[in-house]
Design a protein around this ligand. Structure first.
Ligand SMILES: *Cc1c(COP(=O)(O)O)cnc(C)c1O
Length: 469
């Protein structure tokens, strides 16, 4: 067989289009034609490049049935969803790469009811006239945190931007050098401040900033005093920073608003669960600070959003800022946030039904029970993988509580002649897309971030990837 014979074997586009299994596929003719052309072009390219050995191999590949399969696979892969469910066995709860906070099944119906119907998003039912989308969650936030008013935007970066743009555009905002953080995704506080049009005035030294440093920097142009919670790193040793209360007193003295970018926005005191102290939203509010911003999908455990709470006069001013339109949230976010915030009125319910809180507050004893269930399921399968339950360490992640690990339970998976990397890759590329962790050359899944409803899927994936023959 020669190259020219191979070229002759390639079917016509029309012939493939008419073939029953291709004809039945639910894609438009033009999409199918494009996929067929791509496959045939690839084959022609291979023929051109082939040597004598390869010509023989190609001869069997170019069979009509094989080409049909190639076309089908191409269409499936191009049109399969890109956004996929994964199973998080890393033990990092707010895993930025894996979608940060999760929403609970229990609020599914309520959210769906709002987003699949018309709603009173911007309609006042009592008055029968136009309402405000910013009125909905606000009522509940005011009740929960005891604040004068609140505003919801797309995320916390947008919240910081909006505050600075509204109050400090073409003016000065004073911030400590020790708080100029980068929070991942290359989002830097100084850059956002600059984009907002605020002139950033850095004061103090990296490790120490005193109240006098802020006071010395105040000029006619000073419009905001800013505090940023250094949520993703910890400074230890010879350090000092100014408390919210001190900064608020200074703000009062010069009549300058004080804002705090709190980052995580935690409601309950996490010390009860063996975690380090993370300033709570209520603590910041009590300090009297004028405006506080935090994320909806970090420790609060809701959808992606930026929440601004504080004095009504300041929130009103931000509502008039035209840029708000570009930062506004969808009804989906508002519905999910309202469901999440409502659960906070009952602490037990919140810990049970907000996945982020549920994972944080799970005890090692509970995780051990979960580990046994998973181990049993895997042991029942026909697989070469052995399972051991061991002690492990989880992290909160999402730039919260840096360096803090807390006790967890993991299942370690191994199998003769299988390296940890091989197990990791097999399970990651499996249909279940299980993302685990390798530590000391051992592959493990942390029970803290696993959901029991996925245990059968995990056991099936292990059996499929590593069957006993
Ligand atoms: C996470 C974080 C942000 C960014 O919040 P997003 O909701 O991701 O936009 C800003 N500031 C601090 C201190 C943070 O920790």
């Amino acid at each position: 067989m020669q190259k020219k014979d191979l070229f002759k074997m390639i079917p016509q586009v029309e012939e493939i289009l008419k073939y029953s299994s291709i004809e039945e596929l639910d894609y438009s003719r033009s999409l199918k034609t494009e996929a067929i052309r791509d496959v045939l072009d690839e084959i022609r390219g291979k023929i051109i490049k082939s040597n004598d050995d390869e010509i023989r191999k190609l001869e069997s590949q170019i069979k009509f049935d094989n080409i049909i399969v190639m076309v089908e696979e191409r269409l499936y892969s191009e049109f399969s969803p890109s956004l996929l469910k994964v199973i998080n066995g890393t033990g990092t709860i707010l895993h930025t790469n894996l979608g940060r906070s999760l929403l609970d099944d229990s609020i599914k119906e309520e959210i769906w009811n709002i987003i699949s119907s018309y709603s009173n998003l911007e309609y006042d039912i009592a008055e029968g006239k136009r309402g405000s989308r910013y009125s909905h969650v606000t009522k509940m936030i005011k009740l929960l945190f005891g604040v004068e008013d609140a505003l919801i935007v797309n995320n916390n970066a947008a919240a910081v931007f909006l505050v600075l743009n509204t109050f400090a555009k073409d003016k000065e905002a004073i911030v400590s050098r020790g708080e100029l953080v980068e929070v991942g995704g290359a989002f830097r506080i100084p850059s956002v401040m600059a984009m907002s049009g605020a002139n950033l005035i850095e004061v103090g030294a990296t490790n120490k900033t005193r109240i006098s440093d802020y006071e010395d920097a105040i000029t006619e142009e000073t419009a905001v005093l800013m505090k940023v919670h250094t949520s993703n790193y910890k400074m230890i040793g010879f350090t000092d920073s100014v408390s919210n209360r001190e900064l608020k007193e200074l703000g009062n003295k010069y009549d300058i608003p004080v804002m705090e970018d709190l980052g995580s926005g935690v409601y309950y005191n996490m010390e009860e669960y063996g975690l380090p102290h993370e300033p709570t939203i209520s603590e910041s509010i009590k300090s009297g600070i004028d405006l506080i911003t935090f994320s909806g999908d970090k420790l609060l455990g809701g959808p992606q959003a930026g929440i601004i709470v504080g004095k009504k006069e300041h929130i009103d001013k931000m509502k008039k800022n035209q840029i708000l339109r570009a930062l506004r949230v969808d009804k989906f976010t508002l519905a999910a946030l309202e469901c999440t915030i409502r659960m906070y009125f009952d602490e037990e319910k919140a810990k049970k039904n907000i996945p982020t809180l549920r994972m944080i507050t799970s005890t090692p004893e509970e995780l051990f029970e979960k580990a046994k269930i998973l181990k049993d399921k895997i042991d029942e399968r026909n697989t070469v993988i052995n399972v051991y339950i061991e002690d492990g360490k989880s992290t909160v992640g999402g730039g919260s509580m840096p360096g803090e690990e807390f006790d967890s339970k993991v299942v370690v998976l191994n199998g003769e002649s299988l390296t940890a990397d091989r197990i990791e890759e097999g399970l990651r590329l499996s249909k279940a897309h299980i993302i685990g962790r390798i530590k000391d050359d051992k592959y493990m899944l942390d029970l803290r971030t696993l959901n029991e409803k996925d245990f059968d899927t995990i056991a099936d994936a292990i059996e499929n990837c590593f069957p006993r023959r």
